[in-house]
Design a protein around this ligand. Structure first.
Ligand SMILES: [Mn+2]
Length: 427
């Protein structure tokens, strides 16, 4: 069966309910989850249903917090980890997913996972891709929601391949998005671009004036005002700098996708992500649903979020990594930032770039939240963080999992040592 047929059944189940029925929607707390929730909300609204959305992190208590009585619950970009517990919920459930599952769905659950249809759920379809397929099964006219699906793909760092490519082509074909090749610094002064850049992250750039003047350019000039020769000089100096930082995946130009309603979709994905990390997912969803004021609020959230990341990165630059045989780790006091910090550290910080995955550990009252990140080379050499983190977390009385290149875990505080050692032998 194809994904399009799978979602057809799910759409039929929804449409069998009378209009105005309240549909419960649970989605994941990241950019893909917010894009997914926005797609579902718009599709339900257009079809005449009411809805109540909650954005959740994957937490062992997730199912306990759910009210028991519902006509229909839709899980979007989350749910694969709770199949067994769903048996105890007295309502029908539709799951729209792309994460790995280790269990079979019970009879009250319609489980639509891209992976069950021969699609690679880590690259070729995200939660929002599957939600988009569902929205189109509800109404063919929902093609404009392809823009949100693409925001989800970008948020989950997926590829425009397979099913995702199909959505992108459909979006372009219907005039909802267009792509342009752009320099990553387009539209900003050199000083701003270098000091505020997070992807890529430049070490020692609290003040970049000296670096810019040394190659004969003016810090206050806009990147677009510089002639081709000046740009070449700048980009080659920055390439050398990044190589010195240990980073070899450098892209100065990229294919930027612009959406008719949402502008630069990379930027919107980063805004959705910021709203999730700053605990303001509702603002992200409102923006996803087209609220102009929410878009303005998102801009402010994004600035705050980026400021926090830069602050943490500046202090990480000076920190010494704890080194194990197979990985490195550090402690952070910012649990919501742990994933992004680990990812930036493994990529851009010489003191953390040693050919091993990097973990960020954040203490909560009784638990430790752990995020781990690798790079493409490590994954090609057989590293699978999703499997290793899951095993090590279970050995430490916690839970965990994710993708080969990025995974997370939560464990009881007292079992930190067990976890660290178990992970060293799993990797
Ligand atoms: Mn996702």
């Amino acid at each position: 069966m194809k994904l399009e047929e799978g979602v057809r059944y799910a759409a039929d189940l929804l449409l069998s309910l009378p209009k105005k029925t309240m549909i419960r929607v649970i989605s994941h707390i990241d950019a893909d989850g917010i894009a997914s929730a926005s797609i579902i909300a718009l599709a339900l609204q257009r079809a005449g249903y009411r809805y109540h959305i909650s954005i959740k992190r994957t937490d062992p208590n997730l199912m306990n917090e759910l009210e028991k009585e519902n006509d229909l619950i839709i899980f979007a970009d989350i749910g694969s980890g709770y199949l067994r517990e769903m048996e105890n919920i007295k309502s029908n459930i539709i799951i729209l997913e792309h994460h790995l599952s280790h269990d079979e769905p019970p009879s009250n659950v319609m489980y639509i996972n891209a992976r069950l249809y021969g699609i690679d759920g880590s690259k070729e379809a995200c939660g929002a891709s599957v939600c988009y397929a569902f929205a189109k099964a509800i109404d063919e006219g929902n093609v404009d929601l392809s823009q949100l699906a693409i925001i989800g793909m970008i948020g989950d760092k997926q590829h425009f391949e397979g099913y995702n490519k199909q959505i992108l082509d459909e979006a372009i074909g219907n005039g909802y998005v267009e792509t342009r090749d752009e320099y990553i610094f387009t539209g900003r002064t050199l000083k701003d671009a270098l000091e505020n850049s997070i992807e890529p992250y430049f070490t020692n750039f609290q003040n970049a004036n000296h670096f810019i003047e040394e190659i004969g350019l003016e810090p206050q000039k806009n990147f677009d005002e510089i002639d081709e020769g000046g740009r070449k000089k700048l980009l080659s100096a920055l390439t050398i700098k990044l190589i010195e930082q240990g980073c070899n995946e450098i892209e100065w130009k990229r294919k930027v996708v612009y959406g008719k309603y949402y502008g630069n979709l990379y930027d919107m994905a980063s805004k959705f992500n910021a709203s999730a990390r700053m605990n303001e997912s509702g603002v992200g969803i409102a923006a996803g649903m087209g609220d102009k004021r929410a878009v303005e609020k998102l801009f402010i959230l994004q600035e705050k979020y980026r400021d926090e990341i830069r602050k943490e990165m500046r202090s990480l630059e000076k920190k010494e990594a704890h080194e194990m045989k197979k990985y490195l780790y550090f402690y952070t006091e910012k649990p919501p930032l742990s994933g992004v910090l680990a990812g930036l550290a493994v990529k851009y910080l010489p003191n953390f770039n040693k050919g091993k995955p990097v973990l960020a550990m954040a203490y909560n009252t009784n638990t430790i939240e752990i995020s781990s990140r690798a790079n493409n080379d490590m994954v090609e050499n057989g590293i699978n963080l999703g499997i290793a983190m899951r095993k090590a977390a279970m050995a430490a009385g916690g839970s965990g999992g994710g993708h080969p290149i990025a995974a997370g875990a939560t464990i009881p505080r007292e079992n930190e040592k067990i976890f660290l050692e178990e992970l060293d032998s799993c990797l």
